[in-house]
Structures are given as C-alpha cells and as structure tokens.
Design a protein around this ligand. Structure first.
Ligand SMILES: Cc1ncc(COP(=O)(O)O)c(C=O)c1O
Length: 421
C-alpha cells in the first residue's frame, strides 16, 4: 500500500496543483462526480453577477451589440484551439440531445449516405433514443444496434465488419459513459471514410479529459456537452462540430432566424448563413454561455496533455488498488485496463454498490465526504477531474472503500434508490 506521505509528495510535484483553487470547493469533501456535472469555477458568481446586473439589468437590449452577439463565436474560437479546428466549424447552443437529432436528421436528409444507422450497446441512452425516434420518422432507415458480448469494451473488428456490411451513418460516444471505454477515433474515422460512411462522435465524456485533434483524427462531425469536464454548469450549451467540407452539403432541418444570413433584416424568406452559422437555431442562452467560458479557459490554461498525464497517473492508482486490495471484497473493475483505451473515470461494481455510495457520501468527523456516482444496476463511477482532484484525495478514497467494506458500515443504508443517483 502506498503511504499518505508518498501521495502528498506526488501532489507537491503536480504541475496542475494550483488549479483546484480556481473552483468552488466544499470543506472536507472529495468530488468524484465531475464526469457527470463538473465543479463550479470560482469566478462564476462574479461573471454572472456582472452579466445580470450590468448587462441584463442595466444595458438590456444594447448588450446584444456590445457583447452578447459575439459570445457564441468567442466560445467557438476557444474550442477550436482545444480541438484543433477552425472556429467556423463549431457552434454552441442547445442540449447534446437536440444537436444529435438535428445533425442525424441533416445527414439522413442529405441523401449522401445509405439509409443505415449504426450504434452500439456502449452508447449513452439519449443517443439510442434519438436514433430510435428517427426510425419512427423514417421507417426506411435500417438501424444496426451492435451488442458486444460485454459492457466494457467495443469489439473494433465487429464494428468494422458492420460498417463494411452496412455503410451509412455511425453514432458512437468517444468515451463511453459507463465503462469509460475510449475508441480509436482516427482508425475508425478512416475506416468509415473508406466505406463511404460517416461517424457522428458524441464527445460528452471526451472533451477536457482526453486530447482530441479534429484535423489529425479526420473527424467529420462531433457533438458534446460542456457540463462535465468543461465545468460549464447544469444545462450548459452543447457544441456541434462539422468539418468545413460538409458545410455546403448539409442543410439545417431547423431553419431558425439565428441561422439566417441576415437575421436582423427580418426577411420573410430564409437564406442560410455561411459557414456553420446556418446550424444556429434561435436566441443563444447568454447566461449559461457566459458560465461555460471560464471552464474552457481553465482547460486551455492547464493544457490538455497535462490533464491527460495526471488523469493517467491517478486512474492507474485507483485501478491498482481495486485489483490488488479490493477485489477480494467483491469489487470488480468495470473499465478497460488498457489506459490507451480508457478516459478519465473508473467504473467499479459491487453487489451493494448503492449502499456503499451512500456510505462514501456520509463521511465522518475525521474523514471527508466522498461523492461518486451510481449507475444501475450496481456500478460506482469514480470520476477523476485532474484540475481539482489531488493525489491525497485518492488516498482517502481507497482507504474509505477499505474501511466501509471491512467494517460493513454500508449495511445501515437503504438499498432503495432515489430519482437522481
Ligand atoms: C455521452 C452523453 N451524451 C449525451 C448526454 C446528454 O446530453 P444532454 O443532456 O446535453 O442532452 C450525456 C449526459 O450525461 C452523455 O453522457
């Protein structure tokens, strides 16, 4: 077992150690749920306070020209730096679900791809629901739902075989929500291109946790939320990336006024804006867009490679502890062991997972509260955001898991689950 002193030494040597103070941190609490909803950056009350008091409360409508119209473009520029693309290829707004529907519909209606949609059992439920809904709308679509023989890793050969047999539109989560499996993005993009197919990547668990390079990986289309590793806050706007070459081939099925070439001419005829601007729909959510910017700035400042390096070190520590110390107590690793195929959270399972989650959350006078999340039927996800998780935090997590399981203190908690776990 690694000593607490060693963990503290790792913290001293950590190049990201100063980033934690940029977030709102609760005393004696270790937050391992940043893969679900990230922490709030410390300057958000100030930023939103200014927006509310000076702009919304003060300048009102004049704020559009002074700053609000520019805000979505500024976010696109920052994301373009993070993901190596052009700002003209990224738009913000809407939830990931709405964006997924919008882009899948645009691809189907373009007629540029065969009417096959491929997805798999590792994908997030909303992606599956959207595809199922599109099938109702377009009965001609053939949905190819690949079920691997496990819930942890994709079988890339099987996936390729399906693409070859049924080319068309493929929808995958780059980093999967349950096991944290991380697909080989470039290999699959190239394979899809070769077979006249296109992959729509859901990057909700990828942006801010793993390095993503749209150009180098030959990515054509991606969507993703900003409230996880980007710390944008509940309901923060998602982003949509469409590679330059596809802009003129895809029409936005939602012909909204913000996607018009000259929205403020109020022309009754729709004329699509240039670049990806025609994928803008209605009025952007200014308050939540203001809140996203801070998290993007912090990620850019820290550097995604530094974030990834620390995430690798931290997740390896947890995995070692699960395998060497906790597996004999019924814990099982439910994430890929190979770090090159894993993002930044670790999933473990235990027959009493929900009760153990509650015991972790309770803490005590001498131990911190630990906030992981629970996914049915018996998964505990330990989310590592290297911007605010220290090595010492991990020492506590491992020790608390030990204590709870050995002392059976979890027995006193209700096995029934509330609505949000
Ligand atoms: C992979 C993935 N896609 C989509 C979503 C849902 O996104 P939204 O709530 O923005 O529609 C989530 C939410 O956790 C997710 O994990």
């Amino acid at each position: 077992m690694i000593s607490l002193k060693t963990y503290k030494l790792m913290d001293q040597e950590d190049p990201l150690k100063h980033f934690k103070k940029n977030f709102f941190n609760q005393k004696d609490e270790i937050y391992l749920d940043g893969n679900s909803l990230g922490k709030m950056p410390r300057n958000i009350p100030e930023i939103l306070g200014k927006t509310i008091n000076n702009q919304w409360g003060g300048k009102l409508i004049r704020s559009w020209n002074e700053s609000w119209l520019e805000l979505p473009n500024r976010l696109s520029e920052k994301y373009a730096k993070l993901l190596n693309s052009s700002a003209k290829e990224i738009v913000f707004g809407e939830s990931t679900t709405v964006r997924l529907y919008q882009i899948l519909l645009a691809l189907i209606q373009s007629g540029n791809y065969p009417d096959n949609v491929i997805t798999d059992n590792l994908n997030f439920p909303t992606d599956l629901y959207v595809i199922e809904g599109l099938k109702k709308q377009f009965p001609r679509l053939k949905i190819n739902y690949i079920k691997y023989d496990n819930e942890i890793e994709a079988d890339i050969d099987l996936l390729k075989e399906n693409i070859k047999k049924n080319p068309g539109i493929i929808c995958l989560s780059l980093v999967t929500y349950k096991s944290c499996y991380y697909y080989p993005m470039k290999v699959l993009n190239q394979y899809a291109i070769k077979h006249k197919s296109i992959i729509v990547w859901d990057l909700s668990h990828g942006v801010g946790s793993v390095p993503i390079d749209f150009k180098e990986s030959e990515t054509k289309i991606a969507v993703g939320c900003t409230y996880k590793y980007m710390n944008g806050g509940p309901g923060s706007p998602s982003f949509l990336y469409i590679e330059n070459g596809l802009h003129s081939l895809l029409e936005n099925p939602i012909q909204g006024w913000f996607g018009h070439k000259n929205p403020f001419d109020f022309n009754p005829q729709y004329k699509a804006a240039e670049n990806l601007n025609h994928f803008k729909n209605g009025t952007p959510p200014i308050l939540s867009m203001q809140a996203v910017e801070s998290g993007i700035d912090l990620t850019l400042k820290a550097g995604i490679l530094n974030i990834r390096n620390k995430s690798i070190k931290q997740s390896e520590i947890i995995i070692m502890a699960i395998k060497d110390q906790l597996s004999s107590f019924g814990f099982k690793l439910q994430s890929p062991e190979n770090i090159s195929r894993r993002g930044s959270h670790i999933s473990i399972s235990h027959p009493n997972a929900w009760q153990i989650c509650q015991a972790l959350q309770e803490g005590s006078k001498t131990t911190p509260k630990i906030i992981p999340d629970f996914r049915p039927p018996n998964f505990i996800r330990l989310g590592i955001n290297p911007l605010y998780i220290s090595f010492e935090d991990l020492w506590w997590v491992i020790n608390q898991l030990h204590y709870i399981i050995e002392s059976k203190s979890y027995f006193k908690f209700n096995p029934d689950k509330p609505k949000v776990t």
